[in-house]
Design a binder for this molecule. Structure first.
Ligand SMILES: C[S@@+](CC[C@H](N)C(=O)[O-])C[C@H]1O[C@@H](n2cnc3c(N)ncnc32)[C@H](O)[C@@H]1O
Length: 327
């Protein structure tokens, strides 16, 4: 790290990494972080809750086991760097070019070893082996996805048994827009709050603008988020909802953050999907067995005719070797 660069990791609960060479830069960076990473997020993500080193278990009291952490949608990487500073082995991912976000600059200044993979959440399984992470951070991402359950399934496969998914995002609590973007009338507001806090799993879905952002798709209520997680083999352990009528821009804030534990395997879409997979697998096995048998038959036919040709020449075959036959 160059000597005139001051870097510090934010307080355990703020998840921010401050990078600066001058006080002016520090102020600008703080402002930028405040805008980009706290927008819509009053609950913040309590990164201090993640135990990045464990001193217990079979490895002995003095040996520390590093936690393997995957971050999805890392953007400038503040959480990834903060966790690395606390001793975790971190893999950061996002669909954005890390030279265009602040990630690579921050990485250089912090002299960080965090590895960045440019990949969409749906494809993480192509880059990392199954069951390889203790924790996955999935902050501010699920509502940006067209297929949130598919993403959660992909993440669940990467978690070790008992591993944990830290999630955060937009959640139906006190605000909805009509599909044409218009705000609800005052009569509808009561119904929206009831739906938001009810046990009926419902999600708003927008194919266009929600809160002036065309990358927002689903806004599930907590009951629906729980069902999505369950489908992916995850169980929500704890959560916190934040709703305020005044939020960022002109929209109310409604966010959820929490922790889910890997509690099983993703549920198949339909039992028949599994049946088809089993059937195809069985058919493949039968075909392979038939080919093996045909090969054996052909081999013995060829061997017998070869033996018949060799005998008059005074030669004999043992396996793949042809030698002179004893007189
Ligand atoms: C609202 S930002 C959240 C950034 C950061 N995780 C945080 O909480 O401050 C959403 C991030 O998710 C990323 N993202 C969007 N779609 C994604 C996808 N399909 N796979 C991975 N990352 C995605 C975006 O590039 C962006 O960096």
């Amino acid at each position: 790290m160059s000597p005139n660069v001051r870097s510090s990791v934010g307080k355990p609960n703020d998840g921010a990494v401050l990078l600066c060479e001058t006080q002016g830069q520090e102020r600008a960076w703080r402002r930028d972080l405040a805008d980009r990473h706290t927008a819509n997020k009053p609950s913040r993500v309590r990164i201090g809750r993640i135990v990045v080193r464990s001193t217990s278990g079979r490895r002995g009291r003095d040996q520390q086991a590093e936690r393997h952490v995957l971050e999805i949608g890392t953007w400038d990487g503040p959480y990834a760097f903060a966790l690395e500073a606390r001793g975790a082995l971190v893999e950061a991912t996002d669909i954005q070019d890390p030279d265009e976000t602040g990630f690579n600059v921050a990485k250089r200044i912090l002299d960080s070893k965090v590895n960045y993979t440019r990949v969409s959440v749906y494809d993480v399984g192509k880059h990392f082996p199954p069951a390889s992470f203790d924790y996955i951070l999935f902050l501010g991402v699920f509502y940006h996805l067209k297929y949130p359950v598919l993403a959660m399934e992909a993440l669940s496969q990467l978690l070790k048994n008992g591993g944990r998914l830290f999630f955060e995002g937009e959640c139906l609590l006190n605000h909805a827009q009509r599909a044409d973007g218009r705000a609800p009338g005052w009569l509808d507001r009561g119904m929206i709050s009831i739906l938001g806090r009810s046990k009926y799993p419902v999600s708003l879905y927008y194919s266009g603008q929600y809160k002036d952002d065309d990358s927002n798709w689903h806004v599930p209520n907590l009951a629906c988020l729980e069902e999505w997680m369950k489908t992916a083999g995850l169980q929500i352990e704890s959560h916190r909802c934040d709703a305020t009528s005044k939020g960022v821009n002109r929209f109310p804030t409604q966010r959820v953050s929490g922790v889910a534990v890997k509690a099983g395997e993703p549920r198949p879409e339909h039992p028949m999907v599994e049946d088809i997979a089993t059937m195809l697998h069985r058919a493949k096995m039968v075909r392979a067995q038939r080919e093996r048998e045909q090969l054996t038959t052909w081999r013995s036919i060829v061997s017998r005719s070869l033996d018949r040709c060799l005998a008059p020449l005074g030669l004999r075959r043992t396996g793949y070797r042809i030698t002179r036959a004893p007189r």
